[in-house]
Write a protein that binds this ligand. Structure first.
Ligand SMILES: *[C@@H]1O[C@H](CO)[C@@H](O)[C@H](O)[C@H]1NC(C)=O
Ligand SMILES: *[C@@H]1O[C@H](CO)[C@@H](O)[C@H](O)[C@H]1NC(C)=O
Ligand SMILES: *[C@@H]1O[C@H](CO)[C@@H](O)[C@H](O)[C@H]1NC(C)=O
Ligand SMILES: *[C@@H]1O[C@H](CO)[C@@H](O)[C@H](O)[C@H]1NC(C)=O
Ligand SMILES: *[C@@H]1O[C@H](CO)[C@@H](O)[C@H](O)[C@H]1NC(C)=O
Length: 248
């Protein structure tokens, strides 16, 4: 009897917890995680739909610092803090933050007050990371006999909070997450290995090429996509400057 009651109480307690969780979910503010690199730029893109007419929009940093207010039909106002000259507010309510520093990490809350003074919120968590440095690479031949070529490959970066991945011939080596990789080759005439070092904001890669018998060379770093783009852009800009220069 007592057992049954206890079970009933427990079930009830669970139901209460469940329904309050659901209630919380229903009213929970949208939140997203944004990752940036030092000196880089991020865009905080709200999912919240902002009414055409609103009283004001306020952005808070770490719940205590008001960094931006925008009253309807008025220009943006930056109440203070050093952060203000790095902010750019876009028509579509996206907040752009430039020249990121470690200390810009934290929470950003967008508070929208509609024409009936009803407030809705959206939260962003920004983490700013050091860009991953290019890996230093080396290999150590452990054994070269009986047709075997046994080698330890290493990809070393002086940074914490990075993760390593290895690929062989463009196929993931699942579970290989150390900065070194032990390989043993016998029948293959050639093979390629790739190490990727990444954090949530950037990635660097290195390549090792193998040729039978036991010949290796390593190549540091393909240019990451985002960087390649930037480089292309600056080459374009440079080309344009040259053009202008030649004209003048
Ligand atoms: C708003 O504009 C910014 C800058 O032009 C752009 O980067 C961003 O993707 C836009 N956001 C949305 C949700 O369209
Ligand atoms: C903002 O909050 C984060 C924790 O969420 C903290 O690490 C950071 O130091 C705070 N930044 C400032 C400038 O207070
Ligand atoms: C490769 O790097 C590791 C770690 O820095 C070092 O211990 C090792 O001696 C290096 N090997 C060679 C062959 O340079
Ligand atoms: C090289 O590695 C293979 C496979 O792990 C192993 O069977 C062999 O004994 C190793 N050779 C030497 C000389 O250590
Ligand atoms: C940011 O990093 C976290 C891991 O810390 C990851 O879960 C999340 O997907 C990343 N966000 C974006 C937009 O890449």
């Amino acid at each position: 009897m007592l057992g049954k009651m206890a079970a009933a109480v427990a079930t009830f307690a669970c139901l209460v917890v469940l329904s309050s969780l659901q209630a919380y979910e229903a009213t929970a503010v949208p939140r997203s995680q944004v990752n940036g690199t030092i000196c880089g730029t991020v865009y905080l893109n709200p999912k919240l739909s902002v009414p055409e007419k609103y009283q004001q929009i306020i952005w808070w940093f770490n719940e205590s610092l008001k960094i931006l207010t925008k009253k309807w039909n008025q220009p943006v106002y930056y109440p203070g803090g050093n952060i203000h000259n790095k902010l750019r507010y876009h028509e579509n309510h996206t907040l752009e933050i430039n020249q990121l520093q470690k200390q810009d990490s934290g929470t950003y809350r967008m508070e929208v007050e509609d024409s009936q003074s009803k407030k809705t919120n959206e939260l962003f968590r920004l983490d700013v990371y050091e860009p991953v440095p290019k890996p230093r690479m080396n290999f150590t031949i452990r054994a070269n006999e009986d047709g075997w070529c046994n080698v330890t490959l290493a990809c070393i970066v002086d940074a914490t909070q990075v993760t390593y991945h290895w690929r062989k011939n463009e196929k993931d080596l699942v579970g290989k997450i150390s900065s070194t990789l032990d390989v043993a080759l016998k029948s293959e005439s050639h093979a390629s290995y790739k190490c990727s070092v990444s954090n949530p904001a950037s990635e660097e890669t290195g390549f090792f090429n193998y040729r039978s018998p036991c010949t290796w060379n390593e190549k540091n770093s393909a240019v990451p996509v985002s960087l390649a783009r930037k480089t292309a852009d600056s080459i374009l800009a440079f080309g344009f400057l040259l053009l202008v220069h030649n004209w003048v």
